[in-house]
Design a protein around this ligand. Structure first.
Ligand code: 13P
Length: 254
């Protein structure tokens, strides 16, 4: 079975004390994750180390960075490299979040560079893709998202692509309270998997977890995650509330 994943994206929220309290409250629930289930917390850079210590020894709990530099090292003030992230024993890195694409002009080719650095270092990229409302309304969402994937991912070898996690996050559903219907989510996830299969074959496409992101909450997670091609969620707002996120983790298929 593919990995089923509840991933929290804290974005630029919470002070250190608030972050510690939230993580403590969630971990206190001792939700046991079985073999194919995972919980991932994408925390701000300064919190990576404390968060990593807290999940140490907890089976299938991981910490992720929210981004990384597309450069290996050097005179890039303010940037954080994959090597730095890896040196904290962090295992995952989100890249290509629509907020990074929109506010920091991250392009598909820049993300291809980031993917290469992440995989080179043996970390797992969580690659985000997704269309704007305008593109959805024009009916061109399938080709738009396929292009995002092909320009950032399809240079990878089969042995590399199978290591990644994909997150489909329609921009119109992020932070808006407007979730894609289960049908819309399943349709797009099915399309992404078919696109992967066309490039890499059914076996590899079948192994890649594709998460849905965009107003996932405790009360809609189970239905979304029950779709055949939806392998969990990447959660913003609701991941900042311990009870909500615990419900989301518990909604992962067994
Ligand atoms: P919300 O869950 O707040 O809509 O955010 C989704 C998201 O962007 C996760 O990366």
């Amino acid at each position: 079975m593919r990995n089923k994943i509840a991933a929290a994206n804290w974005k630029m929220n919470l002070t250190l004390t608030e972050g510690e309290k939230l993580l403590d409250e969630i971990l206190k629930e001792n939700i046991e994750l079985i073999e194919h289930q995972q919980a991932i917390f994408a925390v701000p850079f300064p919190y990576l180390q404390f968060a990593q210590k807290k999940v140490l020894g907890r089976k299938n709990y991981f910490i992720s960075a929210q981004d990384c530099s597309d450069k290996k090292s050097g005179a890039y003030t303010g940037e954080v490299s994959v090597d730095m992230i890896a040196s904290l024993q962090i295992t995952h890195v989100i890249i290509g979040h629509s907020e990074r694409r929109a506010y920091f002009n991250e392009s598909n080719s820049m993300l291809a560079d980031k993917i290469n650095l992440i995989l080179e270092k043996g970390l797992i990229p969580i690659f985000c893709c997704g269309e704007s409302l305008e593109i959805r309304e024009s009916g061109k969402q399938n080709e738009f998202v396929a292009k995002q994937m092909s320009e950032s991912l399809f240079h990878l070898q089969p042995g590399q692509i199978e290591k990644i996690i994909i997150a489909y996050e329609p921009i119109w559903a992020i932070g808006t309270g407007k979730t894609a219907t289960t049908l819309e989510a399943q349709d797009m996830h099915g399309h992404l998997r078919t696109t992967l299969a066309r490039q890499y074959g059914d076996k590899i496409a079948d192994e890649i977890s594709i998460l849905y992101g965009g107003s996932v909450k405790g009360n809609n997670a189970m239905e979304l995650f029950s779709q055949p091609d939806v392998d969990g969620g990447l959660v913003g707002g609701a991941s900042l509330n311990a009870q909500e996120f615990c419900t989301i983790i518990k909604s992962l298929p067994k």
